[in-house]
Design a protein around this ligand. Structure first.
Ligand code: ZN
Ligand code: ZN
Length: 354
């Protein structure tokens, strides 16, 4: 323990956020009839994913069963064995959205247990490679984005690396593990889990297909990545929505309209109770980003590329195409509000914020 004094100012230690902590081996009852099992992941700085288990007379439903692949599957088997929950009793897999740390285990669970896979109506992988086979017409839709395609703001072809894997490698693995939803929920539709009815709340923003579930009987919200306890979810400019940030704001406001919320169960990090406070903090964060973009653009004093503005918005350790994508989403939000102009110059989209 270091004691701060005038002579020895306290060293600023980086305290890990709860979303970044390693998976705990404990099984915790986080709401009536809802257990939390944590699965280890190492994905965009996150240490675990919360897999929630909702028990009823038929067995149980699980929410967000972790990453695809053999190693995560072994982790899932271990975690459920430790919790005394036989995988064979899983009858439903709920996937909050189309990111691999959430849908990863779903296809295999269905193969092994015959469980239903429940998603929002619009569920679709960003790099969807599902072979159109006529089984599920919604999967035949063209992918949002193909690796190697130039970004909408004209920088280098989009090739982020995740966990040291290229998108092509990731995609190859995901093709084997792409879940085919058997139940696609519409907004406001209910689903019976843990012996009570949960209301589907479509919350686009982080992804277009993000789904939260609300249990009005016990005041429980399964918030996925939409509202996390300390970090803000990535808002990507790569989807088909013209203004994903607006959609995100709208989806945040919908959270505050839920009445008598007792506990929020996020996909990463600790449970929390102050949903309104958290929503406001996330909105403030983005308002501050928009403000900083305006100031940066004014300082530069000429049209600037997304990459140049990204460097003013993010700290250097996160520079890259994910940060560019988020910068682009903020710039398009301002442009559509009439507060920024853009034009193409030598293959780059250039922005100037008023
Ligand atoms: Zn996500
Ligand atoms: Zn996530």
């Amino acid at each position: 323990v270091e004691v701060a004094s005038a002579k020895y100012p306290a060293r600023v230690a980086r305290i890990p956020k709860s979303e970044q902590l390693e998976a705990s081996e404990d099984t915790v009852e986080v709401a009536p009839g809802v257990l939390r099992v944590q699965l280890p992941i190492n994905f965009t700085g996150l240490g675990h994913v919360n897999c929630y288990v909702l028990e009823d007379e038929r067995g149980f439903a699980v929410v967000d069963p972790g990453m695809p692949g053999d190693e995560p599957w072994a982790d899932l088997e271990k975690a459920f064995a430790r919790a005394g929950l036989p995988l064979q009793r899983i009858h439903t897999v709920v996937v909050t959205h189309s990111h691999p740390d959430h849908f990863g285990g779903a296809a295999r669970l269905r193969r092994e247990t015959g469980a239903d896979i429940v998603t929002h109506r619009t569920f679709r992988l960003m790099w969807s490679t599902a072979e159109p086979d006529g089984e599920d017409p919604e999967e035949e839709a063209r992918p949002f984005f193909t690796p190697g395609m130039s970004t909408p703001w004209g920088s280098e072809p989009f090739r982020p690396e995740l966990q040291g894997q290229t998108v092509e490698e990731m995609r190859e693995r995901m093709r084997l593990e792409t879940p085919r939803p058997t139940v696609r929920l519409d907004d406001a539709q209910t689903i019976r889990l843990a012996r009570r009815d949960w209301v589907a709340v479509h919350t686009p923003g982080h992804t277009p297909d993000h789904l939260c579930l609300f249990d009005p009987a016990e005041g429980v919200v399964l918030s996925g990545d939409h509202v996390l306890p300390t970090i803000t979810p990535h808002i990507s400019g790569l989807g088909e929505a013209p203004d994903p940030l607006s959609e995100f704001f709208y989806s945040l406001d919908r959270m505050t309209a839920l009445e008598d919320v007792n506990v929020v169960l996020p996909a990463h990090g600790i449970t929390f109770t102050d949903l309104h406070g958290r929503v406001q903090a996330i909105k403030d964060h983005h308002a501050e980003r928009l403000d900083r973009l305006q100031k940066a653009s004014n300082e530069i004093g000429r049209p600037a590329s997304v990459n140049e503005l990204m460097q003013r918005l993010f700290s250097e350790r996160v520079w890259g195409q994910m940060a560019e994508s988020e910068t682009y989403a903020h710039l398009e939000h301002l442009r559509l509000l009439g507060q920024a102009d853009s034009h193409w110059q030598r293959g780059q989209l250039m922005y100037e914020v008023a």
